[in-house]
Design a protein around this ligand. Structure first.
Ligand code: CA
Length: 512
C-alpha cells in the first residue's frame, strides 16, 4: 500500500513537474555570435565548449533579431515580450522601466515558480516579479563589483562573471525544491571596457586573431548615417578600452598580475607608436584579446551552471537558454558596439536546450526575436499568454516545425541619439533576404535597401538601383503595415531619442 501511494505521489509530482519545467535563462551583454564557436565563424576567434554544449543538446537559432539593438531596451523587451514603443523603454539615456507592467517573471511567480534575477539589470527601477534579486548598479564593474541585493548595497571581492555564477548556484542550492524555478543569470560580460579575468591574461599566447574582411571599410555606396557614426576602432576607442590605463577597482595584488601582462606590451606599443592601419590593427588585436578573455569566463560560468543541473538531476526537466542582449561588432566595418539594423548588431545568439521538445543539434534559420522569449516561457509553464504580448512562442520551431503563418518579416526601430555613438535614429523592416531602412533624424531623411543574398557583408545600398524598384515599393508598403499592426505611435514621443530633444524636454539624466 505504502509502495503504491509513493508511486502515485511520484507520478503526480512528475506530471506537475513535466507541466512546469524549470527555466535557466543565461543572458550575457554584447556577446556576438561570431564569438561562440557553435556558430562557426570563419575567423575561429575562440572556443566556447560549454555554450556549444547547449547548441549540441538543443537548437541553434541563426536569426534571432533584437528589434532595438541596445542593452536596456533589449532587457525590457525580454521581460515584457513587447517592442520598445509598447513597453516604454526606448533608450539607455533617459528611459526608466515601468515595473508595474506585466512581465513573464511576474506571471511565472503567480503560477507557482520561484524566481530570481542575478547580475546585470540596467533598467533603472528595482526589479519586480522576483523572489530574489541581486543586480549590478547600472553597468557595474568587472573587478570587485558592488551589487544591489534586494535593496542592500554590497561589495564582493572577485571577478564579476564568476560572482554572478556563484550567487546563481547559491540561490539554486537554497531554493525551495518543491517548486519549479526561473533563474535569470545575466552577465555583465563581455560588455565594454572588456576587462578580462586575470586568469585569462595572455590566454591566446600572443597568437594573432584573424581580421574581418571589412576592418577597413570605407563606407562607400552608403549614406551619411553609416559614415558619420562614432563607434570605430580607429576614432572612438579609448585608452581605457585599450588597457593603457588600469581599471581603478583592482586591489594591489590584482594590479600586480594585471601590470605583469599589460605593462611590457603597453611599453612596446608606446615605443613603436603605430599609426594609420597599423594602429587599427594593434587596437583590434588588443580588443579581441580582452573581449574574448571575457567570453571565456562567461563560458566557464555556463559550464558551472550546466554541471549543477547534471549533478542535481535537474537537466531533464530544465529549459536552458543562452542568449545575449544584442549582437556586437568585432571589427566588422571597423566598428565595435551595436545599434544598427545591420546583421552583426541586430542578430543575437540564441541556443535553447529543452529535453523532449528541442531537437538536439538542430539549427533554425526562421526569423525569431527576443520578444518571443516571454511567450515561450509562459507556454512552457502552462500559463496563458496575455494578448498584449507582441512576440510568439518558438516552441514549435524547437521541434522542427515552422508554422505556416510564422512571421516573414520583423520590425526594427533604433532611437538613441546623439550620444553615445552618434548612430542616427532609424526604422526598418527585416526579411529573410532584405532590409529596408529609413534614417530620419535629425538632419537626414532617406531610405536604403540591403540585399543579404547579393551582398552578405552589407556594403551597398541598392535602393536607387532600378532593378530593385519593385522590392523597395513592396517593402515600403509592408513596413507601413507593420507600423499599423504593431501600433507604433506617430509621432514617436521625443523622450524616446535620449539626448536629441534634451533642450526642448528640459534636460535628461546622465547615466553611467
Ligand atoms: Ca548590450
Amino acid at each position: 500500500m505504502k509502495h503504491i501511494i509513493l508511486s502515485l505521489f511520484a507520478v503526480a509530482t512528475s506530471a506537475v513537474a513535466a507541466k512546469q519545467p524549470n527555466i535557466v535563462f543565461i543572458f550575457s551583454d554584447d556577446h556576438a555570435y561570431q564569438a561562440i564557436s557553435a556558430y562557426g565563424d570563419a575567423r575561429k576567434l575562440v572556443e566556447t565548449p560549454n555554450i556549444d554544449r547547449i547548441a549540441k543538446e538543443g537548437v541553434r537559432f541563426d536569426r534571432c533579431i533584437v528589434p532595438n539593438s541596445i542593452c536596456g531596451p533589449s532587457r525590457a523587451m525580454v521581460l515584457t515580450g513587447k517592442y520598445s514603443h509598447t513597453n516604454g523603454f526606448y533608450n539607455n539615456t533617459n528611459s526608466r522601466f515601468d515595473g508595474s507592467q506585466v512581465t513573464f517573471p511576474k506571471l511565472l511567480q503567480a503560477a507557482g515558480y520561484q524566481t530570481a534575477i542575478i547580475g546585470k539589470w540596467h533598467l533603472e527601477s528595482d526589479p519586480t516579479g522576483f523572489d530574489f534579486w541581486q543586480i549590478l548598479p547600472g553597468q557595474g564593474v568587472y573587478y570587485n563589483p558592488g551589487f544591489n541585493r534586494m535593496g542592500q548595497q554590497i561589495k564582493v571581492p572577485g571577478y564579476v562573471t564568476d560572482l554572478i555564477a556563484d550567487t546563481s548556484l547559491d540561490w539554486l542550492s537554497k531554493r525551495d525544491k518543491s517548486k519549479p524555478f526561473l533563474l535569470m543569470c545575466q552577465h555583465k560580460a563581455p560588455h565594454r571596457e572588456w576587462d578580462p579575468p586575470l586568469r585569462y591574461l595572455d590566454w591566446n599566447k600572443g597568437k594573432p586573431f584573424a581580421e574581418p574582411p571589412t576592418l577597413f571599410d570605407d563606407y562607400a555606396n552608403r549614406g551619411l548615417a553609416v559614415r558619420d557614426q562614432d563607434m570605430s576602432i580607429e576614432k572612438t576607442i579609448t585608452e581605457k578600452d585599450m588597457k593603457l590605463i588600469a581599471p581603478p577597482q583592482l586591489t594591489t595584488e590584482q594590479a600586480t598580475v594585471w601590470s605583469a601582462y599589460y605593462d611590457p606590451r603597453n611599453a612596446k606599443y608606446l615605443a613603436e607608436k603605430p599609426q594609420g592601419k597599423d594602429l587599427v590593427r594593434w587596437r583590434y588585436q588588443r580588443y579581441m584579446h580582452d573581449y574574448l578573455g571575457c567570453v571565456k569566463a562567461v563560458d566557464d560560468a555556463v559550464g558551472r551552471v550546466l554541471k549543477y543541473l547534471d549533478d542535481e538531476g535537474l537537466a531533464e526537466n530544465t529549459i536552458v537558454v543562452y542568449a545575449a542582449d544584442q549582437g556586437f561588432y568585432l571589427g566588422e566595418h571597423g566598428w565595435f558596439d551595436k545599434r544598427w539594423i545591420f546583421e552583426e548588431s541586430v542578430r543575437t545568439p540564441l541556443l535553447v536546450r529543452w529535453p523532449g521538445v528541442a531537437k538536439a543539434g538542430a539549427t533554425n534559420g526562421s526569423l525569431t526575436s527576443i520578444i518571443d522569449f516571454a511567450p515561450t516561457f509562459l507556454e512552457a509553464a502552462g500559463v496563458p499568454v496575455p494578448a498584449e504580448i507582441q512576440g510568439r512562442s518558438i516552441r514549435p520551431l524547437l521541434g522542427g516545425t515552422t508554422p505556416a503563418d510564422w512571421r516573414k518579416s520583423m520590425y526594427y526601430h533604433y532611437y538613441e541619439y546623439p550620444q553615445p555613438h552618434h548612430v542616427r535614429p532609424h526604422e526598418g523592416i527585416i526579411t529573410d533576404r532584405y532590409k529596408l531602412v529609413r534614417f530620419y533624424l535629425p538632419d537626414v531623411d532617406y531610405v536604403e535597401l540591403y540585399d543579404r543574398e547579393k551582398d552578405p557583408l552589407e556594403l551597398r545600398d541598392f535602393s536607387k538601383d532600378p532593378a530593385y524598384a519593385a522590392t523597395v515599393a513592396d517593402l515600403t508598403k509592408q513596413l507601413a503595415q507593420l507600423r499599423i499592426d504593431l501600433k507604433v505611435p506617430d509621432p514617436i514621443p521625443k523622450q524616446a531619442y535620449g539626448g536629441l530633444f534634451k533642450a526642448e524636454l528640459g534636460g535628461g539624466k546622465k547615466r553611467p
